[in-house]
Design a protein around this ligand. Structure first.
Ligand code: HGY
Ligand code: MN
Ligand code: MN
Length: 421
Protein backbone atom coordinates (compact mmCIF):
# COMPACT_ATOMS: atom_id res chain seq x y z
CA UNK A 1 0.00 0.00 0.00
CA UNK A 2 1.44 3.41 -0.84
CA UNK A 3 2.52 5.66 2.00
CA UNK A 4 -0.25 8.25 1.52
CA UNK A 5 -2.96 5.58 1.53
CA UNK A 6 -1.43 4.12 4.72
CA UNK A 7 -1.57 7.57 6.35
CA UNK A 8 -5.25 7.96 5.40
CA UNK A 9 -6.02 4.52 6.81
CA UNK A 10 -4.23 5.32 10.06
CA UNK A 11 -6.10 8.62 10.36
CA UNK A 12 -9.35 6.64 10.18
CA UNK A 13 -8.15 4.10 12.77
CA UNK A 14 -6.99 6.82 15.15
CA UNK A 15 -10.30 8.68 14.77
CA UNK A 16 -12.08 5.73 16.33
CA UNK A 17 -10.16 6.27 19.58
CA UNK A 18 -12.39 8.69 21.47
CA UNK A 19 -13.58 9.58 24.97
CA UNK A 20 -17.13 10.18 23.71
CA UNK A 21 -18.77 7.27 21.83
CA UNK A 22 -20.32 8.38 18.55
CA UNK A 23 -18.06 11.41 18.08
CA UNK A 24 -14.32 12.16 18.16
CA UNK A 25 -13.24 13.83 21.40
CA UNK A 26 -9.76 13.07 22.79
CA UNK A 27 -8.63 15.47 25.49
CA UNK A 28 -5.49 15.85 27.58
CA UNK A 29 -4.46 12.78 29.64
CA UNK A 30 -7.75 11.00 29.01
CA UNK A 31 -8.21 7.23 28.60
CA UNK A 32 -8.52 7.79 24.83
CA UNK A 33 -5.22 9.73 24.81
CA UNK A 34 -3.53 6.77 26.50
CA UNK A 35 -4.89 4.39 23.87
CA UNK A 36 -3.93 6.80 21.07
CA UNK A 37 -0.37 7.10 22.44
CA UNK A 38 -0.13 3.30 22.56
CA UNK A 39 -1.25 2.84 18.96
CA UNK A 40 0.88 5.67 17.53
CA UNK A 41 3.92 4.43 19.49
CA UNK A 42 3.42 1.04 17.79
CA UNK A 43 3.42 2.74 14.38
CA UNK A 44 6.54 4.71 15.34
CA UNK A 45 8.38 1.54 16.35
CA UNK A 46 7.29 -0.18 13.13
CA UNK A 47 8.97 2.71 11.28
CA UNK A 48 12.22 2.05 13.15
CA UNK A 49 11.92 4.56 15.98
CA UNK A 50 12.54 4.21 19.69
CA UNK A 51 9.61 5.69 21.59
CA UNK A 52 9.12 7.37 24.94
CA UNK A 53 6.32 9.27 26.70
CA UNK A 54 7.64 12.27 28.62
CA UNK A 55 6.57 13.66 32.02
CA UNK A 56 3.66 15.58 30.44
CA UNK A 57 2.41 12.73 28.29
CA UNK A 58 3.98 13.86 24.98
CA UNK A 59 4.74 10.83 22.80
CA UNK A 60 8.19 11.08 21.16
CA UNK A 61 9.67 8.77 18.52
CA UNK A 62 13.46 8.94 17.98
CA UNK A 63 15.06 7.83 14.70
CA UNK A 64 18.74 7.61 13.79
CA UNK A 65 19.62 6.54 10.29
CA UNK A 66 22.16 3.75 10.75
CA UNK A 67 25.03 3.25 8.30
CA UNK A 68 25.30 -0.01 6.31
CA UNK A 69 27.26 -1.70 9.11
CA UNK A 70 24.40 -0.88 11.50
CA UNK A 71 26.52 1.69 13.31
CA UNK A 72 25.21 5.17 14.03
CA UNK A 73 26.77 7.94 11.89
CA UNK A 74 29.64 9.62 13.76
CA UNK A 75 27.60 12.80 14.26
CA UNK A 76 25.08 10.81 16.23
CA UNK A 77 26.98 10.56 19.48
CA UNK A 78 24.15 9.79 21.81
CA UNK A 79 20.35 10.19 21.67
CA UNK A 80 20.51 12.92 24.28
CA UNK A 81 23.17 14.94 22.50
CA UNK A 82 22.77 14.21 18.79
CA UNK A 83 21.58 17.04 16.54
CA UNK A 84 17.97 16.45 15.57
CA UNK A 85 15.13 17.70 13.41
CA UNK A 86 11.70 17.66 15.04
CA UNK A 87 8.55 16.72 13.12
CA UNK A 88 5.06 16.23 14.48
CA UNK A 89 1.84 17.82 15.67
CA UNK A 90 -0.76 17.13 18.39
CA UNK A 91 -2.76 13.98 19.17
CA UNK A 92 -5.45 15.64 21.28
CA UNK A 93 -8.63 16.97 19.66
CA UNK A 94 -11.47 19.42 20.27
CA UNK A 95 -14.96 18.09 21.07
CA UNK A 96 -16.76 16.42 18.17
CA UNK A 97 -13.57 16.96 16.18
CA UNK A 98 -12.44 16.24 12.69
CA UNK A 99 -9.95 13.43 12.08
CA UNK A 100 -7.07 15.38 10.55
CA UNK A 101 -6.42 18.35 12.88
CA UNK A 102 -3.25 17.19 14.65
CA UNK A 103 -2.94 13.50 13.72
CA UNK A 104 -2.14 14.25 10.06
CA UNK A 105 1.11 15.99 11.08
CA UNK A 106 2.12 13.08 13.30
CA UNK A 107 1.28 10.46 10.65
CA UNK A 108 3.25 12.41 8.02
CA UNK A 109 6.24 12.60 10.39
CA UNK A 110 6.17 8.83 10.91
CA UNK A 111 5.81 8.27 7.15
CA UNK A 112 8.88 10.48 6.49
CA UNK A 113 10.90 8.29 8.84
CA UNK A 114 9.50 5.17 7.20
CA UNK A 115 10.65 6.47 3.79
CA UNK A 116 14.13 7.32 5.10
CA UNK A 117 14.48 3.84 6.56
CA UNK A 118 13.11 2.13 3.44
CA UNK A 119 15.60 4.01 1.25
CA UNK A 120 18.40 3.51 3.84
CA UNK A 121 19.07 7.26 3.65
CA UNK A 122 22.05 8.47 5.66
CA UNK A 123 21.44 11.64 7.67
CA UNK A 124 23.87 13.72 9.74
CA UNK A 125 21.16 14.21 12.34
CA UNK A 126 18.45 12.29 14.13
CA UNK A 127 14.74 12.80 13.58
CA UNK A 128 12.21 13.03 16.41
CA UNK A 129 8.50 12.79 15.72
CA UNK A 130 6.36 14.32 18.48
CA UNK A 131 2.70 13.61 19.25
CA UNK A 132 1.94 16.52 21.58
CA UNK A 133 -0.25 15.77 24.60
CA UNK A 134 -2.41 18.89 24.56
CA UNK A 135 -2.51 21.57 21.89
CA UNK A 136 -6.24 22.37 21.91
CA UNK A 137 -6.52 23.19 25.62
CA UNK A 138 -10.04 21.69 25.82
CA UNK A 139 -9.72 20.06 29.25
CA UNK A 140 -7.72 22.76 31.06
CA UNK A 141 -8.59 25.74 28.89
CA UNK A 142 -4.99 26.77 28.45
CA UNK A 143 -3.59 25.51 25.16
CA UNK A 144 -0.18 24.04 24.27
CA UNK A 145 0.48 22.25 27.58
CA UNK A 146 2.54 19.61 25.72
CA UNK A 147 4.72 21.85 23.56
CA UNK A 148 5.23 24.33 26.42
CA UNK A 149 6.90 21.56 28.43
CA UNK A 150 9.21 20.58 25.56
CA UNK A 151 9.98 24.24 24.88
CA UNK A 152 10.61 24.95 28.56
CA UNK A 153 7.91 27.67 28.66
CA UNK A 154 5.42 25.78 30.85
CA UNK A 155 4.41 27.78 33.94
CA UNK A 156 4.18 25.53 37.02
CA UNK A 157 1.29 27.72 38.27
CA UNK A 158 -0.84 26.00 35.59
CA UNK A 159 -0.57 22.76 37.64
CA UNK A 160 -3.23 24.17 39.96
CA UNK A 161 -5.78 24.57 37.14
CA UNK A 162 -8.89 22.45 37.64
CA UNK A 163 -10.92 20.75 34.92
CA UNK A 164 -14.74 20.62 34.85
CA UNK A 165 -14.67 17.65 37.26
CA UNK A 166 -12.43 19.58 39.69
CA UNK A 167 -9.32 17.48 38.94
CA UNK A 168 -6.15 19.57 39.15
CA UNK A 169 -3.72 19.41 36.23
CA UNK A 170 -1.00 18.00 38.49
CA UNK A 171 -3.28 15.13 39.51
CA UNK A 172 -4.35 14.44 35.91
CA UNK A 173 -0.68 14.21 34.89
CA UNK A 174 0.03 11.72 37.69
CA UNK A 175 -3.07 9.61 36.95
CA UNK A 176 -1.93 9.46 33.31
CA UNK A 177 1.47 8.17 34.40
CA UNK A 178 3.38 11.42 33.98
CA UNK A 179 5.30 13.32 36.62
CA UNK A 180 4.51 16.96 37.44
CA UNK A 181 7.84 17.23 39.28
CA UNK A 182 9.78 16.30 36.13
CA UNK A 183 8.28 18.81 33.70
CA UNK A 184 11.28 21.13 33.87
CA UNK A 185 13.76 18.40 32.98
CA UNK A 186 11.53 17.27 30.08
CA UNK A 187 12.58 20.40 28.19
CA UNK A 188 14.45 19.72 24.94
CA UNK A 189 17.98 21.14 24.71
CA UNK A 190 17.81 23.87 22.03
CA UNK A 191 21.52 23.30 21.25
CA UNK A 192 20.64 19.94 19.68
CA UNK A 193 17.73 21.19 17.60
CA UNK A 194 17.99 21.99 13.90
CA UNK A 195 14.36 23.03 13.69
CA UNK A 196 10.72 21.96 13.92
CA UNK A 197 8.59 21.17 10.85
CA UNK A 198 4.84 20.82 11.41
CA UNK A 199 2.52 19.65 8.66
CA UNK A 200 -1.13 20.53 9.34
CA UNK A 201 -4.38 20.91 7.43
CA UNK A 202 -4.95 24.57 6.56
CA UNK A 203 -8.29 24.70 8.40
CA UNK A 204 -9.26 27.46 5.96
CA UNK A 205 -10.35 27.88 2.32
CA UNK A 206 -7.30 29.55 0.73
CA UNK A 207 -5.42 26.55 -0.76
CA UNK A 208 -8.67 25.09 -2.10
CA UNK A 209 -9.52 28.46 -3.65
CA UNK A 210 -6.15 28.55 -5.41
CA UNK A 211 -6.35 24.85 -6.32
CA UNK A 212 -3.09 24.08 -4.51
CA UNK A 213 -2.30 20.95 -2.50
CA UNK A 214 0.14 22.60 -0.07
CA UNK A 215 1.23 26.03 1.14
CA UNK A 216 3.86 27.50 3.46
CA UNK A 217 2.85 29.30 6.66
CA UNK A 218 4.30 32.80 7.09
CA UNK A 219 3.09 33.43 10.65
CA UNK A 220 0.74 32.07 13.31
CA UNK A 221 -1.86 34.50 14.68
CA UNK A 222 -1.68 35.50 18.33
CA UNK A 223 -4.57 34.47 20.53
CA UNK A 224 -6.27 35.58 23.73
CA UNK A 225 -8.57 33.21 25.60
CA UNK A 226 -10.55 34.78 28.44
CA UNK A 227 -13.42 33.85 30.80
CA UNK A 228 -16.10 36.50 31.49
CA UNK A 229 -18.73 36.09 34.24
CA UNK A 230 -21.85 38.26 34.47
CA UNK A 231 -23.31 38.15 38.02
CA UNK A 232 -26.94 39.27 38.31
CA UNK A 233 -29.77 37.94 40.41
CA UNK A 234 -31.76 34.76 39.88
CA UNK A 235 -35.51 35.19 40.18
CA UNK A 236 -38.95 33.87 39.36
CA UNK A 237 -39.60 33.92 35.60
CA UNK A 238 -43.31 34.44 36.19
CA UNK A 239 -43.48 37.04 38.93
CA UNK A 240 -40.41 39.28 38.48
CA UNK A 241 -41.34 42.41 36.49
CA UNK A 242 -39.02 43.04 33.50
CA UNK A 243 -37.93 46.43 34.91
CA UNK A 244 -36.68 44.80 38.12
CA UNK A 245 -34.57 42.05 36.58
CA UNK A 246 -30.80 41.61 36.77
CA UNK A 247 -30.74 39.01 34.05
CA UNK A 248 -27.16 37.71 33.55
CA UNK A 249 -28.02 35.94 30.29
CA UNK A 250 -29.43 39.07 28.64
CA UNK A 251 -26.25 40.91 29.64
CA UNK A 252 -24.17 38.10 28.14
CA UNK A 253 -26.25 38.17 24.96
CA UNK A 254 -25.65 41.92 24.57
CA UNK A 255 -21.92 41.35 25.12
CA UNK A 256 -21.75 38.52 22.58
CA UNK A 257 -23.42 40.60 19.87
CA UNK A 258 -21.13 43.53 20.65
CA UNK A 259 -18.13 41.16 20.31
CA UNK A 260 -19.34 39.95 16.94
CA UNK A 261 -19.94 43.54 15.79
CA UNK A 262 -16.40 44.65 16.76
CA UNK A 263 -14.83 41.66 14.97
CA UNK A 264 -16.91 42.20 11.85
CA UNK A 265 -15.73 45.81 11.58
CA UNK A 266 -12.04 45.18 12.46
CA UNK A 267 -10.15 43.73 9.44
CA UNK A 268 -8.31 40.51 10.32
CA UNK A 269 -9.87 40.19 13.81
CA UNK A 270 -11.82 37.04 14.67
CA UNK A 271 -13.72 36.69 17.94
CA UNK A 272 -15.66 33.69 19.24
CA UNK A 273 -17.76 32.92 22.29
CA UNK A 274 -17.54 29.13 22.20
CA UNK A 275 -18.80 28.17 25.63
CA UNK A 276 -21.51 29.61 27.86
CA UNK A 277 -22.98 28.34 31.13
CA UNK A 278 -26.13 29.89 32.62
CA UNK A 279 -26.87 29.23 36.30
CA UNK A 280 -29.04 27.93 37.87
CA UNK A 281 -30.11 26.64 34.44
CA UNK A 282 -33.89 26.20 34.82
CA UNK A 283 -36.42 27.39 32.27
CA UNK A 284 -38.56 29.18 34.87
CA UNK A 285 -35.68 30.93 36.65
CA UNK A 286 -34.07 34.21 35.53
CA UNK A 287 -30.35 33.37 35.03
CA UNK A 288 -28.45 34.79 37.98
CA UNK A 289 -24.96 34.06 36.69
CA UNK A 290 -23.47 33.42 33.24
CA UNK A 291 -19.88 32.36 32.55
CA UNK A 292 -18.67 32.55 28.95
CA UNK A 293 -15.41 32.05 27.07
CA UNK A 294 -13.93 34.61 24.69
CA UNK A 295 -11.41 33.67 21.97
CA UNK A 296 -9.72 36.55 20.10
CA UNK A 297 -7.22 36.17 17.25
CA UNK A 298 -5.30 38.57 15.02
CA UNK A 299 -2.00 38.45 13.11
CA UNK A 300 -1.01 41.74 14.81
CA UNK A 301 -0.75 41.60 18.61
CA UNK A 302 -1.46 45.33 19.05
CA UNK A 303 -4.84 45.01 17.30
CA UNK A 304 -5.77 41.87 19.24
CA UNK A 305 -4.83 43.53 22.54
CA UNK A 306 -6.77 46.75 21.86
CA UNK A 307 -9.81 44.69 20.81
CA UNK A 308 -9.56 42.82 24.11
CA UNK A 309 -9.40 46.10 26.04
CA UNK A 310 -12.39 47.53 24.13
CA UNK A 311 -14.46 44.41 24.83
CA UNK A 312 -13.48 44.44 28.50
CA UNK A 313 -14.64 48.07 28.78
CA UNK A 314 -17.86 47.23 26.97
CA UNK A 315 -18.54 44.33 29.34
CA UNK A 316 -18.15 46.63 32.35
CA UNK A 317 -20.54 49.19 30.80
CA UNK A 318 -23.17 46.52 30.08
CA UNK A 319 -22.89 45.20 33.64
CA UNK A 320 -23.10 48.68 35.13
CA UNK A 321 -26.15 49.63 33.07
CA UNK A 322 -27.94 46.44 34.05
CA UNK A 323 -26.90 46.66 37.71
CA UNK A 324 -24.86 43.46 37.53
CA UNK A 325 -21.41 42.61 38.82
CA UNK A 326 -18.74 41.27 36.45
CA UNK A 327 -15.69 39.11 36.80
CA UNK A 328 -13.12 37.93 34.28
CA UNK A 329 -9.67 36.47 33.71
CA UNK A 330 -7.34 35.86 30.79
CA UNK A 331 -6.69 32.10 30.84
CA UNK A 332 -4.34 31.93 27.88
CA UNK A 333 -2.45 34.35 25.68
CA UNK A 334 0.13 33.75 22.97
CA UNK A 335 1.75 36.37 20.77
CA UNK A 336 1.75 36.09 16.99
CA UNK A 337 4.79 34.11 15.80
CA UNK A 338 6.62 34.41 12.49
CA UNK A 339 7.88 31.12 11.00
CA UNK A 340 11.61 30.75 10.26
CA UNK A 341 12.47 32.58 7.05
CA UNK A 342 15.50 30.35 6.48
CA UNK A 343 13.66 27.03 6.83
CA UNK A 344 10.65 28.39 4.91
CA UNK A 345 13.03 29.23 2.05
CA UNK A 346 14.30 25.63 2.06
CA UNK A 347 10.74 24.32 2.25
CA UNK A 348 9.75 26.53 -0.71
CA UNK A 349 12.43 24.84 -2.85
CA UNK A 350 10.94 21.48 -1.89
CA UNK A 351 7.37 22.63 -2.61
CA UNK A 352 8.47 23.87 -6.02
CA UNK A 353 9.61 20.34 -6.86
CA UNK A 354 6.08 19.07 -6.28
CA UNK A 355 3.79 21.94 -7.20
CA UNK A 356 3.89 24.69 -9.85
CA UNK A 357 3.16 27.52 -7.42
CA UNK A 358 4.54 28.24 -3.93
CA UNK A 359 1.93 30.04 -1.85
CA UNK A 360 2.77 31.58 1.52
CA UNK A 361 -0.13 32.27 3.85
CA UNK A 362 -0.74 33.18 7.54
CA UNK A 363 -2.42 30.81 10.00
CA UNK A 364 -5.47 32.04 11.92
CA UNK A 365 -5.35 28.79 13.89
CA UNK A 366 -2.85 28.24 16.67
CA UNK A 367 -0.27 25.46 16.37
CA UNK A 368 2.45 23.86 18.48
CA UNK A 369 4.89 25.46 16.05
CA UNK A 370 4.07 28.80 17.74
CA UNK A 371 5.52 27.45 21.00
CA UNK A 372 8.37 25.40 19.50
CA UNK A 373 9.52 28.58 17.71
CA UNK A 374 10.57 29.70 21.19
CA UNK A 375 13.47 27.22 21.19
CA UNK A 376 14.16 26.37 17.56
CA UNK A 377 13.42 27.67 14.03
CA UNK A 378 9.87 26.54 13.21
CA UNK A 379 8.36 26.01 9.78
CA UNK A 380 4.88 24.85 8.76
CA UNK A 381 3.46 23.13 5.71
CA UNK A 382 -0.29 23.53 5.18
CA UNK A 383 -2.31 20.86 3.39
CA UNK A 384 -5.54 21.71 1.56
CA UNK A 385 -8.70 20.64 3.37
CA UNK A 386 -12.21 20.33 1.92
CA UNK A 387 -14.18 23.61 2.06
CA UNK A 388 -11.70 24.78 4.70
CA UNK A 389 -13.77 22.95 7.33
CA UNK A 390 -12.11 22.10 10.65
CA UNK A 391 -13.05 21.51 14.31
CA UNK A 392 -15.99 19.62 12.78
CA UNK A 393 -16.59 15.94 11.84
CA UNK A 394 -16.72 16.90 8.13
CA UNK A 395 -13.03 17.95 8.21
CA UNK A 396 -11.27 16.12 5.38
CA UNK A 397 -8.14 16.03 3.20
CA UNK A 398 -7.30 14.06 0.05
CA UNK A 399 -4.78 11.20 -0.21
CA UNK A 400 -3.35 12.89 -3.31
CA UNK A 401 -2.54 16.06 -1.29
CA UNK A 402 -1.10 13.97 1.53
CA UNK A 403 1.15 12.30 -1.06
CA UNK A 404 2.37 15.73 -2.21
CA UNK A 405 3.00 16.78 1.40
CA UNK A 406 5.00 13.62 2.07
CA UNK A 407 7.11 14.25 -1.03
CA UNK A 408 7.75 17.85 0.01
CA UNK A 409 8.69 16.90 3.57
CA UNK A 410 11.03 14.09 2.47
CA UNK A 411 12.69 16.47 0.03
CA UNK A 412 13.01 19.10 2.75
CA UNK A 413 14.78 16.64 5.07
CA UNK A 414 17.33 15.79 2.37
CA UNK A 415 17.89 19.46 1.62
CA UNK A 416 18.44 20.15 5.32
CA UNK A 417 20.88 17.23 5.48
CA UNK A 418 22.84 18.65 2.53
CA UNK A 419 22.88 22.10 4.12
CA UNK A 420 24.02 20.49 7.40
CA UNK A 421 26.94 18.47 6.00
O1 HGY B 1 -7.69 26.82 18.37
C1 HGY B 1 -6.81 26.69 17.55
O2 HGY B 1 -6.45 27.61 16.88
C2 HGY B 1 -6.11 25.38 17.36
O3 HGY B 1 -6.95 24.51 16.69
N1 HGY B 1 -5.71 24.88 18.62
MN1 MN C 1 -7.45 22.51 16.42
MN1 MN D 1 -4.30 21.65 15.26
Amino acid sequence: MNAAKKIMQRIETLARITDEPGRLTRTFASPAMRRANGLVAKWMRAAGMETRVDAMGNLIGHFEAKSEDGKKPSSILHPSSSPRLLLGSHLDTVRNAGKFDGPLGVMLGIACVGELRRKKTQLPFAIEVVGFADEEGVRYQSAYLGSKVLAGSFDAKELRRKDAAGIALAAAIKIFGGNPEKLKSARLDPKNLLGYLEAHIEQGPVLEGKNLAVGIVTAIAGQTRAHVTFIGHAGHAGTTPMARRQDALCAAAEFILATEKLARKTPGLVATVGQLKAEPGASNVIPGEVKLTLDLRHAKDSIRRSAHLALKKNAFQIAHRRKLKIDGEVVHETAAVACSEKLSGLLALSVRRHQKKVLRLPSGAGHDAAIMAGITPAVMLFIRCKNGISHHPNESAKAEDVRVALGVMSDFILRLAKAHE
